[in-house]
Design a protein around this ligand. Structure first.
Ligand code: NDP
Length: 328
């Protein structure tokens, strides 16, 4: 029996707690592929899991971490061989299946996406679920027929992980990008990623009127709640907003006015159970299209033993951009 380092979450009479421990290989869950994890990343959901702020963990003990990238050690899965470099995002990993904050993971081969040509493992985790979700949002807007010629695009929670990649992707796609943030001090950072205008989220406090002045034709919303309600009320005729997050709250205090009077569309985006074909398309586009210098400028690298600190910071909205965890 061999052991490796892992973050382990327990919940019992002694309470809810996460710690870096030695984990036994034999205690990994079933799966037909075993991966040596080289890099992971901290997403908002990982912060919720480690702090216990929301009940995202559905099995104890749990190794959190909804993302990982690594090298296949053993495989009984057709088409996946030892030495292959693979990415995992979601599928309940880090929630109901032991996850990516570990030096080793065992999962179903169906869940894995090959690391696309043009991306290093660390870059893939700089993108992570956050960046892959930002691409799913852009794809949803495009599928709806939204083009830069229709007007500006707003990104909410812009200085966060999904937001930073969304600003970059929308700018590269040709949109005039409006970045909404609670941190106006990050204006230079956001402009460096491609934001043309910065909006302070103070503008989105209080209940919006059912319809407001039309300001944008598209949007990627990562925060939900009152902010999304304001964004919808100010969306142009025939515009669309891709909604993927709830950093401000799960509620949506809106009216039907934007939908029935301006033909605005609210496009739901979900990354965890997303089809493999769509994942491969999203990762291929990220490898080809996402500016790697901009990706580097939004990324911080941390050692494995910092994961708990980063998790606490991310749920407090203190992390800028993306964080890569080096598992070595
Ligand atoms: P981050 O913590 O990196 O970013 C969230 C950003 O939201 C913060 O940086 C902040 O941006 C803003 N924010 C935080 N708290 C509040 C608040 N109370 N009110 C208003 N704005 C706030 O998280 P991620 O980017 O990783 O994830 C963003 C959201 O998307 C999360 O809710 C996450 O669960 C969700 N998500 C959903 C996925 C899906 O499959 N649907 C996949 C991935 C993420 P700023 O400082 O600029 O104001």
């Amino acid at each position: 029996m061999s052991t490796f380092k892992a973050v382990r979450i327990d919940k019992d009479d002694a309470g809810y707690r996460a710690a870096l421990v030695d984990f036994n290989d034999a205690d990994l869950m079933d799966g037909d592929v075993t991966v040596r994890v080289t890099h992971s990343t901290v997403n908002y959901k990982d912060g919720l899991a480690i702090t216990g702020k929301s009940p995202v963990v559905r099995r104890f003990p749990m190794i959190p971490g909804v993302d990982f990238c690594g090298v296949v050690e053993a495989s009984a899965h057709e088409g996946i061989a030892p030495g292959d470099k693979v990415i995992l995002n979601g599928w309940g990993v880090g929630e109901s299946h032991l996850g990516g904050f570990a030096q080793k993971a065992r999962v179903r081969g169906d869940w894995l996406v090959p690391l696309p040509a043009g991306l290093e493992a660390a870059q893939a985790m700089a993108i992570g679920t956050a960046g892959y979700t930002a691409m799913l949002c852009l794809m949803a807007l495009e599928k709806h027929g939204i083009t830069p010629a229709m007007g500006p695009a707003i990104v909410t929670g812009a200085a966060g992980g999904v937001g930073s990649v969304a600003v970059t992707l929308l700018k590269q796609a040709g949109f005039h990008v409006i970045a909404s943030t609670r941190r106006p001090e990050e204006a230079d950072y956001l402009k460096g990623l491609g934001a043309d205008e910065i909006v302070d989220t103070k503008e989105f406090e209080g209940a919006p009127r059912p319809l407001m002045k039309e300001r944008w034709a598209a949007g990627i919303d990562t925060v939900g709640s009152l902010t999304l309600a304001h964004v919808l009320a100010a969306t142009r005729y025939n515009g669309a907003i891709a909604a993927c997050g709830l950093a401000q709250g799960m509620d949506l205090p809106t009216t039907v006015a934007p939908f029935i009077l301006r033909a605005v569309a609210l496009l739901g985006v979900e990354s965890v159970q997303c089809s493999k074909a769509k994942r491969i398309e999203a990762w291929g586009r990220l490898a080809r299209e996402l500016d790697k210098d901009k990706l580097a400028s939004m990324t911080t690298h941390v050692p494995f033993d910092s994961v708990m600190d980063v998790a606490r910071d991310i749920v407090q909205g203190k992390i800028r951009g993306r964080v890569v965890v080096d598992m070595a």
